[in-house]
Ligand binder design. Structure first.
Ligand SMILES: [Fe+2]
Length: 413
């Protein structure tokens, strides 16, 4: 909802939006990086790397083979048509690995260096997703689609950045609980291929309906770790000597750093934390919450200088392990299993002390680290006179940290 305010901010004549009673420059606020993904053709090797070695657990498989025409099938040949949703925690997916050529052929696209499947951001509510999709439309930002996908059950809208990377805003991703089952396919009847009308029924009522229909709630996918759990990882026996506890940052190579920076700050609402000049190249680091950066932009000219794979615009995808000892142990574990491991000049990774890159079978770099600097919010908080309930304002100004801190993960109900 666009609101007129008695005292617009002096620095801006832009409309402001009422987001849960807080006035913002856009009708949504990104709370965290929710998930990410890459497209590959060497699927089996890639899944060995991401699942067996890094520990992402499969939450669901999606095969697009049935959607292909006979001509498309012949173009794809023996390349894979199935992709995987994977998780490191309770979010249904934190990382997806999808078939590169099959997707490209299915969508009628030319081969390109965009092997990033999606860069996905969690916002605060379903209203924020819906109003966000209108916001992109009004500003002429290209959006591939809006709605709700299964597997994963998250409501979403997909804007493109200036380089053509698919971004996504979402709310309410399915949470996989202690028994490890994803939602059964029989519950996929509440998908949407367009912006949904509001309000929508709660997930609780969807589950009630499934129970009434006698759907077996344990008929969804359940990952079972194939490797022996023999590593004592800070007191728990696991299949590898480290545990991924958080995802991000995403680091991109872009054609025009200023244009990409403008998109991610003024359209998506990220905050610039710092810039680095490296051998004449300007690199920009941005955050959505208190982390030093969740997104970093580097000029594509730097890619070759750093000796990174020229098949992709992904510089690296970050995964945070639980502590420093686990990070050190991860180097040896991955190296011993044939993974190419390397480092970059540390000045390219401000806010992070120790980190290394592990290369996937197609050359995507995964940045493992354990520490990221947290950015304190500056300024003092003026205490409001909240004693007279009948005099509370209808809306309040956003503070720098109004939506800061750890967000709630799944659907609200
Ligand atoms: Fe997604």
């Amino acid at each position: 909802m666009v609101v007129q305010t008695a005292r617009p901010p002096e620095s801006s004549t832009q409309p402001r939006y009422d987001v849960g009673g807080v006035l913002l420059e856009r009708p949504f606020k990104i709370r965290r990086l929710g998930h990410f993904g890459v497209n590959v053709d060497r699927m089996e090797e890639a899944m060995h790397f991401y699942s067996d070695l890094l520990g992402f657990e499969i939450s669901d498989q999606l095969d697009v083979g049935g959607r292909l025409t006979p001509e498309q099938r012949s173009q794809i040949g023996s390349l894979p048509t199935a992709g995987y949703f994977t998780r490191h925690g309770t979010d249904h997916h934190a990382f997806v690995v999808f078939p590169r050529t099959a997707f490209q052929v299915m969508r009628g696209e030319e081969p390109s260096q965009i092997t990033i499947n999606q860069i996905t951001w969690q916002v605060g509510s379903l209203s924020e997703v819906v109003e966000g999709s209108r916001f992109f439309e009004e500003r002429g930002i290209s959006v591939s689609r809006s709605g709700r996908d299964t597997p994963g059950s998250n409501w979403h809208t997909y804007p493109f950045d200036p380089d053509g990377h698919t971004n996504e805003l979402y709310y309410g991703i399915e949470q996989v609980g202690w028994n490890g089952y994803s939602k059964p396919r029989a519950m996929y009847n509440r998908g949407f291929r367009e912006r949904p009308p509001l309000p929508q029924m709660s997930e609780f009522d969807e589950v009630q309906a499934a129970i009434a229909e006698r759907i077996d709630l344990e008929s969804g996918y359940r990952h079972v770790e194939a490797n022996p759990r023999t590593f004592d990882v800070d007191g728990i026996l696991l299949a590898r000597p480290f545990k991924i506890v958080r995802i991000g940052p995403v680091r991109l190579f872009v054609q025009d750093v200023a244009a990409a920076c403008a998109f991610y700050t003024s359209v998506m609402g990220l905050t610039e934390t710092s810039t680095v000049q490296y051998r004449g190249h300007e690199c920009v680091f941005m955050r959505v919450n208190t982390e030093h950066h969740s997104l970093a932009l580097y000029p594509v000219a730097l890619r070759k200088e750093l000796g990174l794979s020229e098949h992709t615009t992904l510089m690296s995808f970050g995964v945070q392990v639980a502590n420093y000892r686990q990070l050190r142990d991860a180097v040896g574990f991955l190296r011993d299993r044939g993974v190419e491991v390397r480092t970059l000049p540390p000045e390219l990774s401000p806010g992070i002390d120790y980190s290394f890159l592990a290369l996937d079978p197609e050359g995507h770099a995964i940045q493992l680290y354990y520490y990221m600097q947290q950015v304190p919010f500056s300024g003092s908080v003026t205490v409001a006179d909240s004693t007279r309930l009948d005099a509370w304002p209808a809306t309040v100004e956003a503070r720098q940290d109004t939506f800061g801190g750890e967000p709630y993960l799944g659907p609200w109900g």
